[in-house]
Design a protein around this ligand. Structure first.
Ligand code: ADP
Length: 578
């Protein structure tokens, strides 16, 4: 059985046993005294009767002896008659002459002094405890003639008392057993809810939840249980709220693009989100490690030190492994004293976009400047008198029209590129045969190829029909037209231009091949950039935007575009549509 039950039951048990033992001792003493008192009264009466009967026989030892024996028989007691000197004159249980002087016996001495007295003593004569009662033998108001003593053995009384005591002991034992069982039952009833409470508290301490409410029958414990149950409900609610909060926080931290670290006053990283770990290229769980170990660039470390010392925010932009980072250290003096929040923002993309925007504006202005400058010169020349020369004027106007056309083309292509890039024109995809995409593009450019003295053909695999592709036909034809247009533009007369499609690794690859001037290997990746023109002299008045538009359209389809080319031998542009 558990300690708590014993702790409740044991005091009860000890108390009950002590009470029963005390009661037993008290009762047995009281009974003993009552019996002795009763015996003393009896013996006093007996002694009086003997005194009355023996008084007439005083001075006649034989008669006194006979009286002593007769009364002794009658009363079942020992009778002794003693003279004032202490000499035994008559004795019921012994021969008087053999007996010693009785003057020293306390009851005899008291009786000779005129009192009725009692004494309990061990008797040498009979060999056990006796109750003696002695009273003076005298005529009314006469001198004390002697002493009559009546004695009863106490072994009988002892036996009675022993019987009483054993009965009392038996009753006490029975009562104790019943009391112990009751105490244990009470302890059990009291301790059960406490034990349930303890184990529920232990379960909660281990972080387990969803406990069923605890039952209890004892009022005080039931109040405790009620308080505990409502506390458990509150804790559970708080835990759930906390779990939801931390799940939300973790979701935000884990999905944030910015790196977040919390560093304590000792410089140990207390929290690091995946973005920060990724930016700082630290593998494994970095929490608990020193910031200096986790963060290899020194700038965040210095910012942390400065923020910790001044308790104000600091930030700094710096470059780290091809990345442009912005680090900020914010002291968390209110919410987490001594801790600092370190924010790492990847500015690379934003800076790239920024620089692309700057490049784009400078490219556009540059591209616009050339035709505008040419137009200005021609207008000025006309103003300066060329108007008067009809032939020159007509030539200038023709040139001006050409410049305006190229400006128009550039504006149109810029608009197209911006539309494609911004995704304003959604794709209208459908399943279509590659041939249905290639043929219209070829037909559209057939005349232009003929004029340039080129052989324009379409190629399709003879052995098997190509699978259909899921594409926006207008957009794909725009790509093909652009590529064919370039091929015609950059292929000298007598050459050939081929457009076609074939399957490679299970996907349909479109291509436009020419036998033209080819592209310098170092520029091959750059031809898809906006405004890139390999050689202005040979670009044939292009804007440098056509291939960027193609790349965007292909990317919108989820495909790839690439090229193979050798200078002087020709180029092949490939693209797929996922
Ligand atoms: P453009 O309007 O100048 O043709 P593009 O973006 O279509 O602009 O092409 C960019 C540059 O790529 C061209 O100026 C040219 O230098 C090069 N290029 C494109 N296609 C070919 C080709 N088939 N053969 C050789 N060079 C080409």
């Amino acid at each position: 059985m558990d300690r708590i039950r014993w702790r409740i039951a044991l005091p009860y048990i000890v108390l009950i046993l002590a009470l029963l033992a005390g009661l037993g001792i008290f009762l047995s003493n009281t009974f003993q005294q009552a019996i002795i008192q009763q015996l003393q009264d009896r013996l006093t009466n007996d002694a009086r009767s003997i005194a009355r009967a023996t008084l007439p026989h005083w001075g006649q030892p034989a008669l006194l002896e006979a009286d002593a024996r007769e009364w002794a028989d009658l009363m079942g007691a020992r009778v002794t008659i003693i003279d004032p000197q202490g000499t035994v004159l008559a004795e019921s249980d012994d021969t008087p002459t053999r007996m010693d002087n009785h003057l020293d016996r306390p009851e005899v001495a008291a009786a000779l002094a005129g009192q009725t007295s009692h004494s309990v003593r061990y008797s040498n004569t009979v060999g056990y405890d006796m109750l003696y009662t002695a009273l003076p033998l005298q005529e009314a108001d006469g001198p004390i003639l002697g002493v009559v003593r009546v004695a009863l053995p106490l072994d009988e009384v002892g036996r009675d008392l022993a019987r009483l005591q054993s009965a009392l002991f038996g009753a006490a034992l029975l009562a104790s057993l019943v009391a112990i069982v009751l105490a244990l039952l009470i302890a059990n009833n009291t301790s059960r809810p406490l034990e349930q409470l303890t184990s529920a508290a232990n379960r909660m301490a281990r972080g387990e939840t969803a406990n069923e409410p605890l039952p209890s029958s004892i009022r005080e414990v039931s109040l405790l249980v009620q308080a505990f149950n409502s506390m458990a409900v509150r804790i559970r609610q708080q835990m759930q709220t906390q779990e939801t909060e931390s799940a939300r926080l973790a979701a935000v931290l884990n999905n944030m693009a910015d790196g977040v670290l919390i560093v304590d006053a000792a410089g140990l990283v207390r929290l690091i989100n995946p973005a920060a770990a990724n930016l700082l290229e630290c593998a494994g769980d970095c929490a608990g490690h020193p910031l200096a170990e986790v963060c290899r660039p020194y700038q965040p470390l210095e910012l942390w030190r400065a923020a910790l010392a001044s308790q104000t925010s600091h930030s700094q932009a710096f470059a780290w492994r091809k990345l442009a980072l912005l680090a900020s250290a914010i002291p968390l003096s209110r919410s987490l004293p001594g801790h600092t929040l370190l924010l790492l923002q990847d500015e690379t993309k934003r800076q790239q976009v920024e620089s692309m925007r700057r490049d784009f504006i400078s490219n556009v202005s540059h591209e616009l400047r050339t035709p505008l400058a040419a137009l200005k010169v021609m207008v000025e020349t006309l103003q300066d008198g060329a108007l008067g020369d009809p032939t020159a004027a007509a030539r200038f106007l023709g040139n001006m029209e050409g410049e305006i056309d190229s400006l128009n083309l550039m504006v149109a292509e810029l608009l197209e590129l911006s539309k494609v890039e911004s995704g304003q024109v959604p794709l209208e995809r459908l399943w279509v045969a590659p041939e249905a995409l290639l043929a219209p593009a070829r037909d559209r450019l057939r005349l232009q190829a003929e004029r340039a003295g080129l052989d324009l053909r379409m190629e399709l695999p003879a052995e098997a029909e190509l699978p259909q592709v899921y594409a926006d036909p207008n957009r794909v034809q725009q790509v093909l037209t652009n590529l064919l247009h370039n091929a015609i533009k950059f292929t000298p007369a007598g050459g050939s231009v081929v457009c076609g499609a074939q399957t490679q690794n299970g996907e349909v690859c479109f291509y436009v091949r020419d036998t033209g001037i080819g592209i310098d290997p170092q520029n091959q990746q750059r031809v898809f950039e906006r405004f890139f023109k390999e050689d202005k002299a040979r670009s044939g008045g292009g804007t440098g935007l056509g291939l960027s538009i193609c790349r965007h359209i292909v990317a919108m389809h989820g495909g790839r575009i690439w090229l193979q080319s050798a200078l002087g031998q020709g180029s092949t542009f490939w693209f797929t549509l996922a």
